[in-house]
Design a protein around this ligand. Structure first.
Ligand SMILES: NC(=O)C1=CN([C@@H]2O[C@H](COP(=O)(O)OP(=O)(O)OC[C@H]3O[C@@H](n4cnc5c(N)ncnc54)[C@H](O)[C@@H]3O)[C@@H](O)[C@H]2O)C=CC1
Ligand SMILES: CC(=O)C(=O)O
Length: 320
């Protein structure tokens, strides 16, 4: 029967460690793509992961999964990068910058060598800095280079607020902005529960002084440390977050999500990738949502951006 040809949706994931394979597993369960190619420095690992995932196909969603090489990026819609070192207990994300910047230089050059025309989605830490370096190395337009940014932190914030107020986290609207890391900020001025501002819902006005609210934010900010101390790495949350972003992009959803996106004057910041709410669609970042932040939030965002700018320079020097 002649019919409308459906567009193939091909994703390549580079790095098949904890994060890359959690993403692949979540993709298989949610049926977002037609083809998934796994690339890793350790080719045997990528091959083993592809076989294992394929053996779940009868219970998941039909798609092609295989291990491959960089030429697969030529016609990919999306290249997701999860390759590189992760934090050891006590290490910050920023401690990884030089090591992972060098790994990224090699990876991005190999992807661009095969004339990649799609969108990069970066998860490797420090994610804001590696996203900026990905853009600089690849030369792609900024809207087509995206970092997972604070998508996970925002999900953690919504989850903890939902637990505290006994409301489904899907009905909690809240953002974490800034660095995906220790300098991030909770945007208390825009938290809403079912459309009701949190100050009205909870009867609290000074969130930064309230012990319970402070503890919620600290648990968000320090979540990775708490998990890494207990199990060595975090991966399920970000795996699902990356699928959320994949859907927003490949389904042309125009979804508002917090990602690391390029600022060119928004929030008074220039030439920086940082976590902000943005509208994502098949072209990448369509638009940055500019919230009316209060003075404290503006200061916190600027401090976070200043720190990231310094670390971008460290990353640039490492790959000169
Ligand atoms: N953005 C976020 O919210 C999150 C980011 N992460 C970050 O994701 C990254 C990956 O973490 P894990 O999967 O736990 O690490 P992992 O060590 O389990 O996996 C990393 C993989 O990268 C591969 N790799 C290393 N160099 C490579 C190269 N040049 N080319 C191709 N593959 C290469 C390794 O062989 C390994 O399979 C880390 O930087 C981690 O901090 C982790 C959790 C959340
Ligand atoms: C490791 C990391 O970046 C996280 O879990 O937030």
């Amino acid at each position: 029967m002649a019919g409308k040809k459906t567009k193939l949706r091909k994703v390549v994931v580079i790095g098949t460690g904890f994060v890359g394979t959690s993403y692949a597993y979540a993709l298989l369960n949610q049926g977002v793509v037609n083809e998934l190619v796994l690339i890793d420095l350790d080719k045997e690992k990528a091959e083993g992961e592809a076989r294992d995932l394929n053996h779940g196909m009868a219970f998941g969603n039909p798609m092609r999964i295989k291990a491959g090489d960089y030429e697969e990026c030529h016609n990919a819609d999306l290249v997701v990068i999860t390759a590189g070192a992760n934090q050891r207990p006590g290490e910050t994300r920023l401690d990884l910058v030089s090591k992972n910047a060098k790994i990224f230089k090699g990876i991005i050059n190999k992807v661009m060598d095969v004339d990649f025309q799609g969108i990069f989605l970066v998860a490797t830490n420090p994610v804001d800095i590696l996203t900026q370096l990905t853009r600089e190395i690849s030369g792609l337009p900024e809207e087509r280079v995206i970092g997972s940014g604070t998508i996970l932190d925002t999900a953690r914030f919504r989850y903890l607020l939902g637990e505290h107020f006994e409301v489904d986290p899907r009905n909690v609207h809240a953002y974490i902005m800034g660095e995906h890391g220790d300098s991030e900020l909770p945007v208390w001025s825009h938290v809403q529960i079912g459309g009701v501002p949190i100050s009205k819902y909870a009867g609290i006005t000074d969130f930064d002084q309230n012990e319970e609210m402070k503890a919620i934010f600290e648990n968000v900010r320090d979540a990775a440390y708490h998990i890494i101390k207990r199990k060595g790495a975090t991966y399920y949350g970000i795996g699902l977050g990356l699928v959320r972003l994949t859907r927003a992009i490949l389904n042309n959803e125009n979804a508002i999500v917090t990602v690391s996106a390029y600022l060119d004057g928004q929030y008074g910041l220039d030439d920086i990738y940082i976590g902000v709410p943005a509208i994502l669609n098949e072209n990448g970042v369509r638009e940055i949502i500019e919230l009316n932040l209060n003075d404290l939030e503006k200061d916190q965002l600027r401090n976070s951006a200043d720190l990231l700018k310094e670390m971008v320079d460290v990353g640039r020097k490492a790959i000169q």
